[in-house]
Design a protein around this ligand. Structure first.
Ligand code: NAD
Length: 353
């Protein structure tokens, strides 16, 4: 068992942490329980949780459809309505049992309902375990853009149980792995070398732990994303723009897949800006290509990418500010990126894909 202290709560990583969850709910004497899950986590994870934590038998289950489309104001209304109809009060607990969609959405609804009720996160996807459940960012997509409306809100606790990953589909596993490679690339060369060397599945628990540890260290220094935390945005300026473009189309691209494309393009921009050498660029690109099966994004052209970037929270007026690696394992924030850099980066990616 491993415990990591975050901002006012702990993250417990343990393949059998039901006892801790039971102890947590017993100790805190909540007035009522709500469990938010999607149809997949309801099917694969809910019964395991409740049978191991019988106190949660009385919980009201709120089921949403899986997928990014559920991070919406309509689904938030449904969750608030259910909480209201079931008399949720300031002493109720919302349990987010799912991937990053459930933790972002559930955290948002809990932190806004009656100005904030308590919530815990039990992440069930690799992305949610290694990344999304840590750091207190909650939110929904709105107006065709990712994470437009949201809060910074910390859970009461996070219980990471890697055993849940046994039912996670392979493509969602790689989706989460992309964020883990990103964390390594921006802040820990040794971790990058470990990931690069291959034995990921056999070292998974340690990899999840390391990823949480690194992210948590950064978040604790800069909880509100004003400074050092921005290094975690590497790959996300382009990645979020691509996700926003595809949000209202039938093309499906997972968050990690979009971030992966973002990492290819932004690494090339880092090379153009002379932050990365050709050798480092080649190492990043060849490693990511070997580990991941990157999907080409034919639908994206430079104009729509630029339009989407204008709405990115990370950009200020007329300026694209990116977080770019300046070696493997370090990252520079607020790098001024021009339209020409973006176009060249996109061409580089299109030639790779
Ligand atoms: N708040 C943050 O700091 C942060 C960081 C990174 C990403 N995110 C957000 O996270 C979201 C993506 O998260 P995600 O990749 O986990 O997506 P997701 O929540 O949609 O989960 C991926 C898929 O796996 C299924 N699933 C999850 N756990 C399962 C299990 N144990 N067994 C079977 N199926 C399971 C889900 O039902 C879904 O179909 C995006 O909206 C992204 O913006 C947030």
């Amino acid at each position: 068992m491993a415990l990591i202290k975050s901002i006012g709560y702990t993250i417990e990583i343990n393949t059998n942490n039901y006892k801790s969850i039971s102890a947590f709910v017993t100790k805190n004497k909540f007035s009522s329980y709500f469990i938010l899950c999607d149809e997949n986590t309801m099917h694969c994870c809910l019964a395991k949780l409740i049978s191991n934590c019988p106190k949660l038998n009385t919980a009201q289950i709120i089921e949403i459809e899986s997928g990014e489309a559920s991070k919406s104001i309509e689904i938030s209304l449904h969750i608030w309505q259910t909480l209201l109809e079931n008399n949720a009060d300031k002493n109720s607990l919302l349990i987010n049992l799912g991937g990053g969609v459930v933790s972002d959405l559930g955290g948002f609804c809990a932190s806004t309902f009656k100005r904030g009720i308590k919530f815990i996160t039990i992440p069930t996807s690799l992305l949610a375990m290694a990344d999304a459940s840590v750091g207190g960012k909650t939110g929904i997509d709105f107006g065709g853009f990712k994470n437009t409306v949201g809060t910074f809100a910390q859970p009461e606790a996070v219980f990471v149980n890697p055993d849940f990953l046994s039912t996670l589909p392979k493509k969602h596993f790689y989706n989460g792995l992309a964020e883990i490679f990103k964390i390594a690339l921006v802040c820990d060369k040794k971790f990058w070398m470990q990931l690069k060397s291959g034995s990921i599945e056999t070292n998974l628990n340690a990899i999840i732990y390391n990823s949480i540890l690194l992210k948590n260290k950064i978040v604790k220094k800069d909880p509100f994303d004003n400074n050092i935390r921005k290094i975690l945005n590497f790959g996300h300026s382009i990645g979020h723009a691509i996700e926003s473009i595809l949000l209202e189309t039938s093309d499906e691209l997972l968050h990690g897949e979009a971030i992966l494309i973002g990492m290819f393009i932004e690494s090339h921009i880092a090379y153009q800006k002379k932050l990365l050498s050709k050798t480092e660029l080649n190492e990043i690109v060849s490693t990511l290509k070997r580990v991941f099966d990157s999907k080409p994004i034919n639908a994206i052209n430079a104009t729509s990418l630029l339009d989407a970037l204008v709405h990115d929270k990370k950009n200020t007026k007329n300026k694209f500010l990116f977080s770019l690696p300046n070696s493997i394992g370090t990252c520079k924030i607020n790098v001024d990126v021009k339209e020409t850099h973006l176009k060249k980066g996109l061409d580089f990616y299109n030639n790779l894909a």
